[in-house]
Design a protein around this ligand. Structure first.
Ligand code: NDP
Length: 475
């Protein structure tokens, strides 16, 4: 037994993480259901470091030093359960099973409890960064028993991305918390991508830019507050020419976005927790709408109305879009962090939002300069009621607000959809409103269902006798 870590599931993600461990000096036991993948990895990259080739689970488990550490990188869902069961039967109390797949956090809670009952440590670890991150340094969000982090943490921190000397990996909290946080990360990623898409679409629709012109704008934005991996790759994508037609590649790609489910999971969880994640929800719905191809085709030619001229000052409108993107992004992150706080309270996880901001600065898909500001905001006030209220973000929105309104109103007048820009602005306006129409909602509920209401000037619950003499009683 000589391997410090074992990796089972050697598709793109697993093989790259195995190589990352090996390149960092660890001896890695390799296992895959079909042996061909194991051999392909050894053939192509065997000289990346020390690997131990194994064919069966018992051989694999036998190759590991104790306490054993096994990282599962197989297809999420039933395959993960099958592999966990096989491993658990071959492992001993005190050993550690890490699921690095995109598991639903409630599955992780269930699996962790089942493994604990058998004396095994189960670590649900969210891993972000795609295949490139897996190889060169991902962001890692491990949950599970704190004790297991003592032996596992240093290894994960070593293979993770590093920002200013700090690893993009930390112990998140108990059982499903790592996968929960990874899920919200993906939800924020959806919102971020949707906002970038809306900005892009405004350049095309309102300013008549071609893809190359928009690429130049994004390249420029990437040297300012918006600097991020997603803005950077957007510029790259928009510069790409299709070899077949000579057109910008983006113009020959079908405009129907797919999704694998983590955005939907985030919104479902937010609905259960009662947290408005409007930015993420609009992003999930926008992908769904784009994919309703028959319906969209049938709706071609519906009236648009034309109430506005295109913006006269392209430079001003470009800056307006930048500000609208930044402000909407603040809202989307604020909502995501609210969801993390609510999940933490619901499951007693004691999560520290500043930790997420710290580890998301590198390695992952949403890595951005912006995350430094979020980290600082939580350092200054760990109990921040909303990210929007942190002085830095409050001022940023104050600076952006007029631009934001101009963008949403211009888009609306031109008939260009901006669901995430618009709903983020409405969220902001609702959050800061002194009075909301919820008072009317409460009165209506009391009218038809005697659901009672509270008064602004007295404690307790009240009910109006709507079908009687309409006097008020204490409920
Ligand atoms: P896939 O999700 O495509 O899974 C393929 C791997 O799962 C193969 O090794 C396959 O083995 C194995 N597998 C499937 N079913 C079983 C089974 N019943 N028993 C044993 N092994 C099985 O691979 P990826 O590398 O794309 O992703 C791995 C995990 O990482 C997934 O959970 C994914 O959601 C997650 N992830 C992926 C990211 C990405 O960018 N791709 C980013 C972050 C996380 P075999 O070769 O024998 O078929």
């Amino acid at each position: 037994a000589s391997a410090q870590i074992g990796v089972t599931g050697l598709a793109v993600m697993g093989s790259n993480i195995a190589r990352n461990f090996a390149r960092n000096g660890y001896t890695v036991a390799l296992h895959n259901r079909s042996i061909a993948k194991t051999d392909a990895l050894l053939e192509a990259h065997g000289d990346d470091g020390e690997f131990v080739r194994t064919e069966t689970i018992s051989e694999f488990v036998g190759a590991l030093e104790k306490p054993r550490r096994v990282l599962i990188m197989v297809k999420a869902g039933d395959a993960t359960d099958a592999v966990i069961e096989e491993l658990a039967s071959a492992m001993e109390p005190g050993d550690i099973i890490i699921d690095g797949g995109n598991a639903l956090y409630t599955d992780t809670i269930r699996r962790e409890a089942a493994m604990k009952a058998r004396g095994l440590n189960f670590v649900g670890a969210g891993i972000s960064g795609g295949e490139e991150g897996a190889l060169n340094g991902p962001a890692i969000m491990p949950g599970g028993p704190k004790e297991s982090y003592e032996s596992l943490g240093p290894m994960l921190e070593k293979i993770a991305a590093q920002v200013d000397g700090t690893p993009c990996c930390t112990h998140i909290g108990p059982d499903g918390s790592g996968h929960f946080v990874k899920m919200v990360h993906n939800g924020i990623e959806y919102a971020d991508m949707q906002l970038i898409g809306e900005a892009y679409n405004l350049f095309r629709g309102a300013l008549g830019f071609d893809a190359g012109q928009v690429a130049d704008v994004f390249t420029e934005w990437n040297s300012g507050d918006l600097e991020s991996y997603l803005v950077e790759i957007t510029a790259e994508v928009l510069k790409q020419t299709d070899a077949k037609t000579g057109k910008p590649l983006v113009d020959v790609i079908v405009d129907a976005a797919e999704q694998k489910g983590t955005g939907r999971w985030t919104v479902k969880s937010a609905l259960d927790l009662g947290i408005p994640v409007t930015g993420i929800a609009e992003a999930v719905f926008a992908r769904a709408l784009s994919g309703s191809r028959d319906q969209r085709k049938a709706a071609q030619g519906l009236a648009s109305g034309t109430l506005a001229d295109k913006p006269a000052d392209a430079a001003q409108f470009t800056e307006d879009i930048r500000q609208a993107l930044y402000a909407s992004k603040i809202v989307a992150y604020a909502q995501g962090f609210d969801q993390i706080a609510a999940g933490s309270a619901e499951y007693d996880w004691d999560l520290h939002p500043g930790d997420m901001a710290t580890i998301w600065r590198g390695g992952c898909i949403i890595r951005a300069r912006f995350l430094n500001r979020i980290k600082e905001a939580y350092e200054q006030n760990p109990a921040l009621p909303s990210l929007i209220l942190a002085p830095y973000f409050r001022e940023a929105i104050e600076h952006a607000i007029d631009s934001w309104r101009r963008v949403v109103s211009t888009a609306t007048l031109l008939g260009i959809p901006v669901p995430a820009f618009a709903s983020s602005l409405s969220y902001y306006d609702a959050l800061r409103a002194e009075r909301l129409p919820a008072a009317l909602t409460q009165a209506q509920r009391d009218f038809f269902g005697a659901h009672t209401y509270e008064r602004v000037d007295a404690d307790g619950k009240f009910h109006t006798l709507w079908s009687g003499d309409r006097s008020e009683i204490s409920a």
